[in-house]
Design a protein around this ligand. Structure first.
Ligand code: SF4
Length: 677
């Protein structure tokens, strides 16, 4: 519980409490008190906690308050940088106003997000290296950096994401000379670390958290200040992020950057240009040849038959290795090597070692794969199971780890996530959503559709989508489990539907979401990347149509390796991995629709297997307690009622002792998951 001088959680979150006094529109949500108490207790008792907080619980404030009122050094990790920014810009000030005191919360991101003062100065001395358009950007960046406190790229609204100029000016580790840098004391990162060491709370993202964990594992100085408890929000993403950092990866971008950085550094230092510049160019060309020889198609594929590849493309592989060794030898031969040269030598050795590992080793328990995304080729070796390492490096090394998300439990139980993440001892809790789902939402499961594996499914599903959209008057997401299916539905329906249609890929994600919000009746066709982190409130978003149960593709190399590993252990990969994984993914998709107590809408799932297969019940028992119908007429009636009465009246505070509204004829309400532990 909070210290006596601090307000009780009821006094803070309750009706007429500090939060409502500071923000009169703020709705009371009993789940917030429940969650804050659970988090405070875990911090106090030094125990791990798994806590699923249904959509609308207000979980961010519910964990922030006990963390900020407590006495422990807590690190908070969110799924993405956007969430980090949102938390610091929105939730923390709200909490500070309600508490009536200043909160020192510092957000830390990966080094590549911050400007390097030395690089900015060095570029000033060599403006001829810049293209005309870059020169304008550079001048604006220089002016901004002179006045910025944080030096965070997110402050630059004029510079597009992934702009190559930023790559030349950022503070990434590979090009930093650290303590030997002449601007070390004024460096944005040095100042950031100072602020972080004095902060009440440090907020990071999962990527930075695991990058830090791996540095410390190698007995290198970490980047995060010391902590003795961690809260992970969006904890359902931990397994995949951990997998990236526990494995080994090397990309064409990294090797190209290395060749470019080497050429630029040697030019700046004026080091034996006649001999070394051609070696840098050789490295760049040979790297291109090697990645081209890998011949990856867009998407992910297993890196099997590696020996065959090495035999066939010995010239490309050996050529790259020799080019790297040749440059390395040239750098080694330089007298009085400055820190920049040592940096290049480290990076060259690392690139060679990583490529050799991914392309030559055959370690057990590791899956090797390749991915092409746009112009980039990524080679990766990932552990098939991260649970052992997570147990050892996280859950045994830190006595309090709190994991929260709207999607952690399957049928109200945490067995799946515990097993995947290697958590042995943890308290568990499910905090129900405050929304009145049985009134606000309808789940439509058309009984007449063939299963998705049957011939004729796609055409029948397209007809169904058209009928649902006619009833909803657009205002919908059509979420598909594959890009091919998404494009097919879009193409098939484009000429027939009277609504403005948006398609994933035709603009960046945030632009599509803005267009969707601003366009009355819009329909967005998208895939799983829109299943998470999308928050569109209000009438404009009233319907989600999901084509099929979101089983992960067994063609994905990591999924295939996990299935094979479980099978080898004599276990049932379908029941133990594929179904629970898909249940959590579907819960994420459902979470998009009802975002406030005034929202109402329909989720349509066009996959007959949810009714016809035994495992379908597991999905149904895990989803929020919507009313369920198999009749399109009921969907039409739902939307017609909504049109007559555009939005639910402002919701009174949910009364958890009262039962939900009685289900209408031909509908039923399902039980909500029970709290456990
Ligand atoms: S310490 Fe590193 S990142 Fe900071 S200014 Fe110096 S070189 Fe740049």
């Amino acid at each position: 519980m909070p210290p006596t001088a601090a307000p009780s959680f009821h006094r803070f979150f309750g009706r007429g409490g500090l939060l409502q006094q500071a923000h009169p529109g703020y709705e009371f949500r009993p789940g917030q008190v429940e969650m804050a108490e659970a988090v405070a207790q875990a911090l106090e008792e030094r125990r791990h906690l798994l806590i699923e907080a249904g959509t609308g619980t207000g979980k961010t404030l519910a964990y922030l308050l006990p963390v900020l009122l407590g006495q422990r050094r807590v690190l908070l990790s969110t799924g993405t940088r956007n969430l980090q920014e949102q938390l610091v810009a929105k939730d923390v000030p709200l909490l500070a106003r309600a508490l009536g005191r200043e909160l020192r919360v510092v957000s830390m991101k990966g080094r590549g997000n911050y400007a390097c003062k030395v690089k900015i100065e060095q570029m000033e001395a060599q403006p001829t290296l810049l293209e005309r358009e870059e020169l304008d950007h550079y001048r604006r960046i220089r002016a901004w950096a002179a006045g910025s406190v944080a030096g965070d790229q997110a402050e630059l609204d004029f510079l597009p994401d992934n702009h190559p100029l930023w790559q030349r000016l950022n503070a990434r580790r590979e090009t930093c000379t650290g303590g030997k840098c002449p601007r070390f004391d004024q460096c944005f990162l040095t100042l950031l670390h100072q602020r972080a060491s004095e902060a009440d709370l440090v907020v990071v993202n999962h990527h930075l958290f695991f990058a830090d964990l791996m540095l410390k594992r190698q007995e290198l100085p970490g980047v995060l200040p010391p902590y003795d408890a961690v809260v992970f929000d969006e904890a359902h993403e931990l397994e995949s992020t951990a997998g990236q950092y526990f494995g080994v990866g090397v990309s064409s971008h990294q090797v190209e950057d290395l060749a470019r950085d080497a050429a630029a550094t040697l030019r700046q230092l004026d080091c034996n240009p006649a001999e070394l510049q051609p070696r840098c160019e050789r490295l760049r060309i040979d790297a291109q040849k090697l990645f081209l020889a890998l011949g990856a198609r867009e998407g992910r594929a297993p890196l099997d038959r590696k020996q065959e590849f090495l035999d066939q493309h010995a010239d490309a592989y050996d050529g790259f290795m020799q080019a790297a060794a040749h440059l390395e030898a040239g750098l080694q031969a330089l007298d009085d090597k400055p820190e920049e040269i040592h940096n290049l030598l480290r990076r060259l050795a690392e690139a060679r070692a990583k490529l050799a590992y991914v392309l030559e080793s055959e370690e057990e328990g590791v899956v090797y794969w390749i991915e092409r995304r746009g112009r980039g080729v990524f080679l990766q070796a990932s552990p098939i199971d991260v649970s052992e390492r997570l147990r050892e490096m996280l859950f045994e090394a830190t006595d309090t780890v709190i994991l929260t998300s709207a999607t952690l439990a399957v049928e109200g139980q945490f067995d799946y996530v515990r097993q995947r993440l290697g958590i042995q001892h943890a308290r568990e809790q499910v905090v129900a959503s405050p929304f009145r789902y049985a009134e606000q939402a309808l789940l439509y499961l058309p009984a007449h559709l063939p299963p998705p594996t049957a011939e004729g499914y796609a055409s029948a599903a397209a007809e169904e989508i058209a009928a649902i959209l006619a009833a909803s008057r657009g205002r919908a997401f059509v979420l598909c489990t594959s890009l091919a299916q998404m494009r097919w539905f879009h193409q098939r329906l484009a000429g027939r539907l009277a609504f403005p249609l948006l398609l994933q890929g035709e603009a960046p994600r945030h632009v599509l979401l803005e267009r969707f919000r601003a366009t009355p009746g819009a329909v967005l066709f998208a895939t799983s990347s829109f299943w998470q982190g999308v928050d569109v409130q209000g009438e404009q978003f009233s319907c989600v149509i999901v084509d099929r149960l979101p089983f992960a593709s067994p063609g994905d190399p990591v999924v295939a390796a996990r299935i094979a590993a479980l099978r080898e252990q004599g276990r049932n990969p379908f029941a133990e991995f594929q179904v629970p994984e898909a249940v959590l993914a579907l819960k994420q998709g459902f979470g998009r629709l009802i975002r406030s107590s005034r929202d109402r809408g329909v989720v349509a799932l066009l996959d007959a297997r949810i009714r016809s297969k035994g495992y379908g019940q597991q999905f149904l028992r895990s989803l929020p307690e919507y009313r369920v119908t198999g009749e399109l007429a009921e969907v039409e009636a739902f939307f017609a009622a909504g049109a007559a009465e555009p939005a639910l009246s402002a919701a009174p505070a949910p009364d958890r002792s009262a039962p939900p509204a009685a289900p209408a004829a031909r509908t039923r309400a399902r039980r909500s998951p029970a709290a456990s532990g």
